[in-house]
Design a protein around this ligand. Sequence first.
Ligand SMILES: NC(=O)c1ccc[n+]([C@@H]2O[C@H](COP(=O)([O-])OP(=O)(O)OC[C@H]3O[C@@H](n4cnc5c(N)ncnc54)[C@H](O)[C@@H]3O)[C@@H](O)[C@H]2O)c1
Length: 376
Amino acid sequence: MPRIALFAGDGIGPEVIAEAVKALRAVEGRSGETFEFVPLAIGGDALDRFGLPIRQSDIDLAGNADAALLGAVGGPAWDAVEPALRPERGLLQIRHALGLFANLRPVHVLPALVQNSPLRAEIVEHVDLLVVRELTGGIYFGRPSRRWVSARGRSAVDTLRYRDDEIERVVRLAYELARTRRGRLTSVDKSNVLRTSQLWREVVDELREEYADVETEHILVDAMAMHLIQNPGRFDVIVTENMFGDILTDEASVLSGSIGLLPSASLSDKVGMQPGTRYGLYEPIHGSAPDLAGKGRANPAGAILSGAMLLRWSLGMPDLARKIEQAVSNVIASGVRTIDIAERDVAAVSTAEFGDEVVRHVTERGAATRITSPAE
Ligand SMILES: NC(=O)c1ccc[n+]([C@@H]2O[C@H](COP(=O)([O-])OP(=O)(O)OC[C@H]3O[C@@H](n4cnc5c(N)ncnc54)[C@H](O)[C@@H]3O)[C@@H](O)[C@H]2O)c1
């Protein structure tokens, strides 16, 4: 029986995770399996209940499951907490402890939502890209990281460090993914200034011969920030280091029209229950949205689609993943939408109503006829 660890987290996290679980429950019968959900605590929720942003025992339980699904962490209630105990530390801890080295963020603009993008329709209508961000190395983890005061004033230092094997494993994964898509890889760095980026580019160039069937290009991160807005449709798989990926994925998410729509996967090297699958933690890319929490106004599509990614990457059930992805796309195309993407003059539905409609499309035989390609 596939076991799925559930970290509902804070703010709108529990609301959107409830809808993702509903969608997974709606398809589980078709797999011939029953999913076991294991509720665990992270972020402010864990701080309030156990005094830590995540307990080691919950990290272990999540690691022993086949995959984990997470809502979001953080919020104003914990803003004054000391840095080592902040809700976000729970996320960094579990990523590091479970070796979740590659963060995959597909960005695909649904035809029905092309008008919702802040960019012109002709710029976004063909966007179907996948950003692969290195997640456990780089400046967010490098030591020393500290600040101090001297006679000359306040100073601070963070350390950006990468080893070649850390670069190689994420670039290799990105190449493998490019092979299953349109065969193009864009590696993003700042090699005109940073030593770590020079090493990054060197490793990519060493691997590119092995993946000669994939077209490889290098782009500097500052230029990439412009290309993503001017011509995002030209990209297929984009691979980059932790901090550049953090910034570029948020930029890319704007293309889709709402941050509530996009899923993500953080994958490890641990082989999953089926050939070709890996252990992963799946979460919508949005945060805990304190302004929406408890109001039933959050868009659960990103969480539901994260559940679909989980089926594909960790449980080896791509047909069920497609079923959910198609249902989400059909529901949105039919005009049933949460407030963030609602059509003018059409009443928005609640978080739970959107989830119910996805379940209806998933379970109704023959309901899903309109195909829109998943983004990975
Ligand atoms: N991975 C995570 O858990 C994660 C990621 C980002 C931010 N955060 C935390 O979340 C809290 C709020 O951060 P923020 O406001 O910068 O980012 P946010 O993503 O929570 O919200 C940004 C904006 O997007 C809207 N939004 C977010 N999710 C939505 C959804 N599903 N449907 C409709 N609208 C949605 C919000 O209402 C808000 O206007 C902070 O404590 C931050 O640290 C957590």
